[in-house]
Design a protein around this ligand. Structure first.
Ligand code: NDP
Length: 243
């Protein structure tokens, strides 16, 4: 029987690469995005054709608890189980803390951190019932080190790291693994806001001499899916030796 994975933010970037990797391994998928629904549907059609898996797409805002509730409920109704939950959807915010409005703070926290609570809160009961499941949260090195002009984003990712360690402990007795991948700079749309010189300056600091690729993150997600039952509550850094 095929396993089922839920991946948030799968229309592009890291989420799309994770969807491809897990589909190639025979997972049925529930994917979501907020705006690029057409792109998500095209990805789903390609993966269904190539790998003969079933894929259900959802469009909505992971910051909205009722949207996540609907996505998890429909996934369980259609596929019967959730084996893997990847909390990947996220947005950046670059600017001085003193220029940030309370509305922007709330939006960043709701999208990047509360969404992780919502998806876990809603998916975990079915995992506990089966005493089986893997949760992978996509975090950032900024969650460990903090980044100037990315205070809210850093706070969310630091929150994800603590959330991962705590939930890992809480769910270990139920044989559910909870881990996070703290990415360095990965070559996606999220970094297109930087000028070429700024990107190069960042790359110059990375011992590996390049950005990571979405496929490299996806490969690590795949490795963490099920094959390491004793590995839980960990924040694994994937950054080319940067931090
Ligand atoms: P992208 O901007 O390329 O893709 C973001 C994805 O998240 C899209 O599918 C987007 O959907 C979706 N998304 C954004 N906001 C929402 C929302 N409110 N509700 C539902 N879906 C949403 O980002 P990356 O692939 O680079 O980032 C993926 C994750 O990796 C994020 O959590 C990010 O913080 C983390 N990360 C990325 C790094 C990098 O260097 N790229 C470094 C460290 C961490 P849509 O297309 O519809 O907008």
């Amino acid at each position: 029987m095929n396993k089922t994975a839920v991946i948030t933010g799968a229309s592009r970037g890291i989420g799309a690469a994770i969807a491809k990797r897990l589909a190639a391994d025979g997972y049925h998928l529930a994917l979501c995005c907020r705006r690029n629904q057409k792109q998500l549907c095209e990805l789903a059609e390609t993966l269904q054709r190539e790998y003969h898996v079933q894929i259900r797409c959802f469009a909505g805002d992971v910051a909205d608890y009722s949207f996540v509730e609907q996505m998890i409920a429909q996934t369980l109704a259609e596929f019967g189980q959730i084996d893997v939950l990847v909390n990947n959807a996220g947005i950046s915010y670059i600017g001085l803390l003193t220029d940030m409005s309370i509305e922007d703070w709330n939006r960043i926290v709701a999208t990047n951190l509360t969404s992780v609570f919502s998806a876990c809160r809603l998916a975990v009961p079915a995992m506990v019932a089966r005493k089986q499941g893997t949760i992978i949260n996509i975090s950032s090195v900024w969650g460990s080190t903090g980044a100037s002009c990315e205070v809210a984003y850093s706070a969310c990712k630091g929150g994800i790291n603590a959330f991962t360690r705590a939930l890992g402990k809480e769910l270990a007795p139920s044989s559910i693994q909870v881990n996070a991948i703290a990415c360095g700079i990965i070559d996606t749309d999220m970094n297109r806001c930087f000028e070429e010189a700024e990107t190069q300056a960042l790359i110059d600091e990375i011992p590996a001499g390049r950005m990571g690729t979405p496929n490299e993150v996806a490969e690590l997600v795949h490795t963490l899916c099920g094959s390491h039952p004793y590995l839980t509550g960990q924040v694994i850094t994937l950054d080319g030796g940067w931090i």
